[in-house]
Design a protein around this ligand. Structure first.
Ligand SMILES: Cc1ncc(COP(=O)(O)O)c(C=O)c1O
Ligand SMILES: N[C@@H](CCCC[NH3+])C(=O)O
Length: 419
């Protein structure tokens, strides 16, 4: 499979059965639009690929997108949750996830946050020795697992690789066994092991290497007298962002990774934490062309979404395919940079894109916008956070209202003497 693409009708793009221009007209732009059925399919793909081989739990990494409606859909599907903050834990509890379905994996966690998380009853996946010692005081006897640093990394760029030696995440693999024994001495109950090698990996091999490292550690921990109930290989499954890019073979990944655990360990339960794979291609960002500018050396399509709305191109130089949803399938005649309304030269959504003759008012569609799109958006330049819309069976519903400018003043205080 390659990148997901869409149908057209009368020159307009059809997303999940709806004309993107109609959605833009009804809800305004910029707005993120979620295809409910695709979220469900993506979840089922991961679950079905792995559950053929091992007892499987898919914990959606909700940092990718924490919209409550998206969380409800995944809760209905039977997903669990990977949460990184007390905010994410509370949001998922609000969405209806039972505490037993949520695993918390923080990094550099404050004692205050750890206490709050412990009170909710979710499983805590410890990231450091200090966090372990704190939790042993806060919640004696608590079941725990540990995030380990496997020395294997993979991802779409350096900024999102997490499993390499020296990374800020996890317990270095050389100290894993002593840490499990210490946890036991402190009265904690270690029941699992976890690693996450990075985000956006497109190759199976690093996941196999990760499984090999985890298997070796599971055995060493077993020899030290601690039998673990599950192995969690984290998230990181990439998706194609470019039209001809191939998808990583999920079935091959599942078969090879599970084979490593089955051949080498007694652990029969696997947890996965995909964020991107579940939500990325289920969402498009709609943004309206506000201006077409000829700037000597290049032409710009100016749009109403900048890096305040989608930061990935500016932050990681990430590629997002972009089409003119108002002239979908029409002959491409010009080359443009697509740039937003933020007062920074680095504010762009795409460089050098060949498109039909774009006109003001056209609805531009940014593909694969579901993962780390809205969840990384900001108020920079005092721009309100955008709307989110859910589409199902040809009907669109608002799932997040567009923020208003005055809502940005809510938490600010001007001292009396300055009033
Ligand atoms: C611990 C953990 N699990 C899962 C994920 C989800 O990663 P992805 O969205 O690439 O699947 C992340 C983010 O990189 C993470 O830090
Ligand atoms: N935010 C990154 C992925 C990192 C995930 C969190 N560890 C992205 O947009 O690709």
């Amino acid at each position: 499979m390659t990148m997901r693409d869409f149908d057209s009708k009368d020159g307009k793009m059809i997303f999940a059965g709806m004309n993107v221009e109609d959605i833009a007209k009804e809800f305004g732009t910029p707005c993120y639009v979620v295809d409910e059925q695709r979220v469900r399919e993506n979840y089922r793909n991961v679950y079905n690929a792995f559950s053929r081989y091992m007892e499987t739990e898919v914990h959606y990494a909700c940092k990718a997108n924490t919209n409550l409606a998206v969380l409800r859909i995944l809760q209905q599907e039977g997903a669990g949750i990977d949460a990184v903050s007390i905010g994410e834990v509370r949001t998922c509890l609000k969405a209806g996830f039972a505490p037993e379905k949520i695993m918390y994996t923080g990094v550099f966690v404050s004692e205050e946050e750890l206490k709050e998380v412990a009170e909710t009853g979710v499983l805590i996946n410890l990231d450091s020795v200090s966090e372990m010692e704190k939790l042993a005081r806060i919640k004696p006897g608590a079941p725990v697992s540990f995030r380990i640093t496997p020395g294997v990394g993979s991802g779409h760029g350096d900024k999102v690789i997490t499993g390499n030696k020296g990374a800020k995440f996890g317990i270095p693999k050389e100290h894993v066994v002593e840490t499990y024994l210490r946890a036991q001495d402190l009265g904690l109950n270690p029941i699992g092991i976890h690693a996450h090698i990075g985000s956006g990996g497109q190759h199976v091999e690093p996941f196999i290497e990760e499984a090999e490292v985890l298997s070796e550690l599971i055995n060493q921990i077993g020899e030290a007298g601690i039998q673990l109930q599950f192995v969690d290989i984290g998230g990181g499954i990439g998706v194609p962002y470019r039209p001809n890019e191939d998808e990583m073979d999920l079935n091959e990944m599942a078969s090879e990774v599970c084979d490593v655990f089955e051949q080498n360990t007694d652990v029969r339960k696997i947890i996965l934490e995909p964020g991107r794979y579940i939500i990325c291609d289920a969402v498009v960002l709609l943004t309206t062309c506000t201006d077409v500018k000829d700037a000597d050396t290049k032409k710009y399509v100016g749009v109403d979404a900048g890096f305040n709305t989608l930061i990935r191109p500016a932050m990681y130089d990430s590629y997002h395919y972009i089409q003119d949803g108002s002239k979908f399938g029409k002959a491409c005649t010009s080359r443009y940079d697509i740039a937003g309304p933020i007062c920074e030269t680095g504010d762009y959504l795409g460089h050098d894109r060949v498109l039909p003759d774009v006109e003001e008012g056209d609805v531009m569609v940014v593909y694969n916008a579901g993962a780390y799109g809205f969840s990384m958006s900001s108020n920079y330049n005092s721009r309100p956070l955008c709307a989110e819309v859910l589409v199902n069976e040809g009907k669109a519903e608002l799932i997040r209202e567009r923020e208003q400018v005055d809502e940005q003043w809510r938490h600010q205080i001007v001292p009396k003497r300055l009033q």
